[in-house]
Write a protein that binds this ligand. Sequence first.
Ligand SMILES: [Zn+2]
Length: 172
Amino acid sequence: MPSQVLRSHNSQSLDQALRAAQKACEQDGSKFTELREQVLRIIWQAGKPIGAYEIIAELEQLSGRTKIGPPTVYRTLEFLQRLELIHRVHSLNAFLARNQTRAGSMPALFICRKCKQANEVVNSVFQQAVNLSANEMKFQVDEQMLEVLGLCQHCRRSDEAIKTSQTSFRNS
Ligand SMILES: [Zn+2]
């Protein structure tokens, strides 16, 4: 089963993401409040994992208010996460917009340590492996995530370029 790399920016527009969120809220019997929309918008526009305090700073800038309580924002983040609209990226303690074309399946996040870009990869093998192990252990899964840390192709190239230039400097 080939894996599919999903980049929320390539495969989905902000409008589509907001419409999907509106629909998810309706199905949940919840309101897509202005705050929920603003938070989702900020995370989506960041294009890569963004921390809660950066989100709060942007919200304050947008609303012109100076004090937005972190608990309010954390509740909003938990809500968006529960509706599978965003990912919590545990290894970076940050949040990332979730691709809605494959909601419900377990994506893996491949995260670059250097530039902090995260790519969402969907491969049914991940889900099968978790299901198999959970069944063997009679384990009830509430939450599942796979975060893979390393260097993206772009950062690997620039790392190699630096190494090469250092080598040629030493050799000259
Ligand atoms: Zn990178």
